[in-house]
Design a protein around this ligand. Sequence first.
Ligand code: AMP
Length: 426
Amino acid sequence: MVQIAKGVFDILPHDPDQEGQWKQTYLWHYVENTIRSLTSLYGFSEIRTPIFEKTELFTRSIGETTDIVTKEMYTFEDKGKRLLTLRPEGTACVMRAFIEKNLQQLGSVHKLYYIAPMFRYERQQAGRYRQHHQFGVEAIGNSSYFQDAECILLLFALFKTLGIENLKLHLNTLGNAQDRAAYSKALYDYLKPHEKDLSEDSQYRLGKNTLRILDSKDLKDRTLLNKAPSIMDFVTREEQEHFEGVCSTLKTFKIPLVINPFLVRGIDYYNKTVFEITSESLGAQNALGGGGRYDGLLHSLGGADLPSFGFGAGLERIIQVLLAQGKTVPEKPMLDLYLIPVGDKAKQHCFALMQQLREEGFSIDMEMQDRKLQKSLKSAASKAIRFVGILGEEELNQNIIMLKEMAKNTQDQVPFANLSRRLKRA
Ligand code: AMP
C-alpha cells in the first residue's frame, strides 16, 4: 500500500483518531465560512492564484538568504525545463498577479484575501507541516497607519468570532528601508567581535541576514542580544509616529499588545510595522499568524511604487486552538433521512422518494446494496443521521413508512403525505 507523503495530512469528513479531530472537514468549513463573511464585512475580495509560480518570483521577493528560499522550497523543473516552485507563501503571488493584470488601474486601494495551501519543506514536528493552509490578506495602496490597524483588527475579529481567547499580539517596527539597513549594520558591528560565541545558525546569518539573529532562541545568542543596539534608536521620527498611530488605534479597540523589539519575521521584504499573534494553547510552534508592511515590494517586482500591508494566519493552528480551548463549534452536519428499502419494489420507490425529498431541500441517502436489514440499521446507527426510514412491501401497500428517530430511539409509522412535515427541523 502506498502511504501518504511525510509531513502532510488528509482532511476527512470524520477522523477516527482522537488527536486528528482538527482534520475534520466540517471544522474547516466553519472557519473558512467565518473568514469569508468577515473579510466581506471589512471590504476584502478574494483572489486565487496558481499553486506554483516561477521560482524567481520567490527568490526575488522573499530574499535569497532566508530559510524559506535556502532550505524550504519545493522547486522542480517541468517537462519544458522551466524552474517552478510550489507556493511557500501568498504575498509574492498576489503581487505578481496585481502587476501582471495591471490591477492598479481599478482604483487607489485594493483589499484582497486568500485561503490557500502553502508548501514548505520543513523539519517534521508538531504544528509544522509540509503543506499548510493560510488565510492571508494584502491591502495595497494605502500608507496610513489605519490600514495596518484595520488588518490586525480583522484578524482579531476572526479570533473573537471563533471564541479564541488569551492571545498575545507582538508588535514592532523595522523603520523604513534606510532605517532597517542602518540598524542591520549596527547589529552586525555589535555582534561581529562576538562571532565565535554565537550559535552555529547565527554565525551563518551574521552578515547574510543579520536581523534574523534577533529571532534566535539559543541562550548564548539571547544573552548577547540583551545588550545589542535597539531598532527603536534607528527609526526616524516619521516612522515612529506611524508606529505610535498603529499602537494607539489598536489600544482603542482593547487589543492587548506587547512591543517586542526582537520581532523581525523571516522574510526580507518587511519594513515599518511587523506583528505576530501567539497562543499559549499551542506547543512550541505557537504563532497563529503574522505579517506587516512591505512598502517597497510591489515596486521591486516591477510594479508601481505602492505601499502594502498584509498577513498570513495558519488554518491548522487556528482549528487546533479552537479545540484546545474547548470552544463551541457547530455540530457535524447530519443527514435528515436514511432510507432502507426491503425488496425490489420498495427500492424503486425509495429511490424516487429520495430524489423528491432532495428537491424539497432535505439531505437524503439510501441503502442500495441489498444488505440485511440489521446490517443496514447498524451502519446507519454509527453515522450522523436524524431519521432512518424503513420501507417494505407491507408499508408500501399502505402508503406509509416506518420512521426511526435516532436521537430519541423511537419509531412510528408515518404516511408518505406527512413525511416532509416530520423531517422539517424545529
Ligand atoms: P509565515 O508566512 O511563516 O509568517 O506563516 C504565517 C502563519 O502560517 C504562521 O503564523 C503559522 O500559523 C502558519 N504556518 C507557517 N508555516 C507553517 C507550517 N509549516 N505548518 C503549519 N502552519 C504554518
